[in-house]
Design a protein around this ligand. Structure first.
Ligand SMILES: [Mg+2]
Length: 388
């Protein structure tokens, strides 16, 4: 098997660092992201708060006992998601193989990127610089030939670290580490292993495999191999969404067909806009109807080609509506979802009328630009609103 080059990138105290970035008064102070509510837990602690022993997932009561002067800030997930999106875009410049583990953490397989961007260290350095310049934050990067070691490495020199683990480094850098640094070894397994005098990853690596399987079950073999530096799991890029949909519950149940068509058009435009903004297309259009008695039906239609176009989504949805709507009943909710999603590249839309298609792509780009600039639904295509 070809040697792989994997980066594990982990933002430093992500939520807290964003708040400190946006409010200079918070810089240098112990900041805890989380509400002051007695039953809440710490979401993220700034490095200043960590110095007092505060860490994520700690009960807030305990955190405030350790660090009474800490400044508590309720989390602003929307803001953190926006920052996360920018970071993921930076990662995607260097490779298509990006596997996000959370908002602030991802694996990148850069094996195929070296001819263009340089060796993994150079790529890691450039990513750090891009993040610093474009987002104003620091991260720690682990570099190795598999996922387990890359993730372990990113944790070794936090914050703002960059750590390489080669095959030759395993004995020096990995084996002395305590077993709770092992992927998949939680507190319970740690206690079991410590009872058997297994306290370091090195001791784990030299334990008899059968013995380990008796203690850890089926997970034992994986742990054993990882401790010995073997981990063949690929970096799997995945899209967050398997479908993109939108639905509307009417203020009052309705039988007004013209009104329902207008709402369907609105939904089709919203779904189309979201597909295009994420640069994905879908193959199956799903219509959802819920009647006033709460009976709910979904009907779908699969296209020959993937699409991200409002007019096509609308046309299919209206067709499904006409054939499936029970006119004797009033409608409570209506929704459109597009599934069978793929990124645009592997399913380029083939048109019999390439010029026409090209034109309408340009039109959509222009409409999306206006709509994202001035808020949603500023511009609607007149042809679509026309009564049919
Ligand atoms: Mg992090």
């Amino acid at each position: 098997m070809m040697e792989r080059n994997i980066l594990h990138i982990d933002m430093d105290a992500f939520y807290a660092a964003i708040e400190q970035r946006d409010n200079p008064d918070l810089r240098g102070l112990p900041v805890i992201i989380g509400s002051r509510h007695p039953r809440s837990v710490v979401s993220t602690a700034s490095y200043e708060a960590r110095a007092f022993g505060v860490h994520s997932a700690m009960p807030m009561v305990k955190a405030l006992k350790l660090c009474p002067e800490a400044i508590c800030i309720p989390p602003n997930l929307k803001k953190y998601q926006n920052v996360s999106e920018k970071i993921m875009q930076i990662f995607n410049k260097y490779t298509d193989l990006v596997e996000a583990l959370s908002l602030d953490e991802a694996f990148l397989d850069v094996s195929g990127s070296q001819r263009i961007f340089g060796n993994p260290r150079v790529i890691a350095q450039r990513i750090k610089e891009n993040i610093k310049e474009q987002v104003g934050l620091t991260c720690s990067i682990g570099i190795s030939y598999n996922k387990f070691l890359a993730k372990l490495a990113s944790d070794l020199e936090k914050p703002n670290g960059m750590t390489v683990i080669c095959k030759e480094d395993i004995k020096n850098k990995v084996w002395p580490l305590p077993i709770n640094k092992m992927w998949g070894i939680g507190p319970k397994s740690s206690i079991k292993l410590e009872k058997c005098n297994i306290r370091t990853i090195g001791q784990l690596a030299q334990t008899d495999l059968n013995f380990l399987q008796n203690i850890l079950g089926s997970w034992g073999a994986e742990v054993y191999h990882m401790a010995n530096g073997i981990d063949n799991r690929p970096v799997v890029p995945h899209r967050e969404a398997h479908s993109i949909g939108h639905e509307t519950t009417f203020l009052e149940d309705t039988v007004d067909l013209e009104f329902i068509k207008m709402v369907l058009l609105d939904l089709a435009q919203e779904v189309g806009r979201r597909l295009r903004s994420q640069k994905i297309k879908g193959k199956t259009i799903v219509l959802k109807l819920r009647y006033s008695d709460f009976k709910t039906i979904t009907r779908n239609h699969t296209l020959m080609e993937c699409t991200d176009r409002d007019d096509l989504i609308y046309k299919i949805a209206i067709g499904l509506f006409k054939t499936n709507y029970d006119k004797n009943k009033s409608l409570r909710l209506i929704g459109i979802t597009v599934t069978g999603l793929t990124t645009g590249e592997e399913h380029k839309q083939i048109s019999l009328f390439p010029v026409e298609n090209e034109k309408s792509n340009i039109l959509y780009q222009a409409l999306d630009k206006i709509n994202s600039k001035y808020g949603e639904k500023t511009v609607t295509r007149a042809r679509l609103v026309r009564k049919s």
